[in-house]
Design a protein around this ligand. Structure first.
Ligand SMILES: C[S@@+](CC[C@H](N)C(=O)[O-])C[C@H]1O[C@@H](n2cnc3c(N)ncnc32)[C@H](O)[C@@H]1O
Length: 351
């Protein structure tokens, strides 16, 4: 398999693969590959927005030659397949190679043109961009690792990470993380749902929920700003998030947690009581890597003693497109299993 990651996180992705028994065989800026693993499908990889599961290397110096090879590969792979629906046609390039985006775009354009001439009906069904959702997909997935080298695969696993559009009224860039997290979970706050936002200031996550019509209790000693300040759907409580407890018998539809604190402290003293107590149905929790390091922290989050393993019905850990030195964990609380039947994350690739 060949997996992509944010530039600068190759060691973390390779470490995550190795921790799952998949030994990396090569890597470059924004990607790691691996020839074999312990069997079964590729593991859940928090660092990988895209995993090519059957990568084939195409090499050619010229744009048109490479595009022709991609068309030949694609057409050859269609032999027994009838394409009747839109298929993802996803092209990307290693972020560390200067000028590569232009080469990717030119090759893709040449590919689209050649495919139109060869298989016009199939070409018309091509869908650009990252498909929504999480899990296995069939289409054409192309990752350039250099000007003359492209890996292609008909099958891929999507992690759900994607770049989100900003909102000028959002009080922080953090807003983009929670917007992206909804796509990984496959659910977002709805009108009149109740949201608790722990470590809320300046209010990006609260604003994100409020603009969907949810009612938010924003807990933070710091001030709310921009679209969160004075928002009629947001009540600000200047309190310590670790000490905050919901009124007896109250369950929130969503628990957001984005406090900047040591991850074990957050897991032990915030995530555990909220999930164990059944005080929320779904959650979005951001955890800074801290001194533990990303791979060790991932293993802890997936181990038997983790509050997510013990108290969540399902969860996913992701290094989001908008994350830096942090993970975002989304999921459904075990206590919400009854009413979660219709609300579970879509796809079958959950942890
Ligand atoms: C990364 S910011 C949150 C950003 C927010 N999610 C947004 O979208 O704007 C982290 C926040 O955690 C708050 N925080 C840290 N420790 C806290 C605590 N013990 N109780 C409440 N808030 C805390 C900080 O005041 C800070 O506003």
């Amino acid at each position: 398999m060949l997996a992509t990651c944010q530039a600068g996180y190759e060691d973390s992705l390779a470490g995550e693969m190795a921790a799952n028994g998949w030994l990396p065989s090569g890597r470059g800026p924004g990607w790691v590959d691996c020839v074999g693993g312990p069997g079964g499908g590729p593991p859940e990889l928090a660092f990988a927005p895209l995993i090519l599961t059957e990568p084939v290397l195409l090499q050619a110096d010229a744009v048109n030659a490479l595009a022709q090879k991609a068309v030949d590969y694609f057409a050859g792979s269609l032999r027994d397949e009838r394409i009747g629906n839109a298929w993802p046609n996803l092209w990307s390039g290693s972020p560390g190679v200067g000028g590569l985006p232009r080469r990717v775009a030119a090759t893709r354009q040449a590919f689209d043109e050649l495919l139109r001439r060869k298989l016009s009906r199939v070409a018309r069904l091509a869908a650009p961009g990252v498909p929504p959702g999480v899990g296995p997909e069939r289409g054409l997935f192309v990752v350039f690792t250099d000007f003359d080298r492209a890996w292609v695969s008909r099958t891929a696993i999507l992690g759900g990470q994607r770049r989100m559009a900003d909102d000028p009224s959002a009080p922080s860039r953090s807003f983009l993380k929670v917007e992206e997290a909804y796509g990984v979970l496959g659910a977002e706050p709805g009108a009149d749902e109740a949201v608790i936002d722990l470590g809320a200031a300046p209010g990006g996550w609260s604003y994100s929920a409020a603009r969907r019509g949810a009612n938010v209790l924003a807990v933070d000693n710091g001030p709310l700003k921009a679209g969160a300040l004075g928002n009629p759907r947001i009540e600000h409580r200047r309190e310590d998030a670790f000490g905050f407890r919901p009124p007896q018998g109250r369950t929130f539809d969503w628990m957001f947690c984005d406090v900047v604190e040591e991850p074990h402290h957050v897991l032990r003293n915030l995530v555990t009581p909220w999930l164990e107590g059944g005080w929320c149905r779904r959650f979005v929790v951001n955890l800074k890597f801290g001194r533990t390091g990303p791979v060790a922290l991932l293993q802890e989050l997936r181990a038997a003693g983790s509050p997510f393993v013990r108290h969540a019905a399902s969860f996913r850990i992701r290094h989001l497109y908008h994350d830096r030195e942090e993970f975002t964990v989304v999921g459904v609380a075990a206590s919400a299993l009854q009413d979660a039947r219709e609300d579970r994350p879509c796809g079958s690739h959950g942890e």
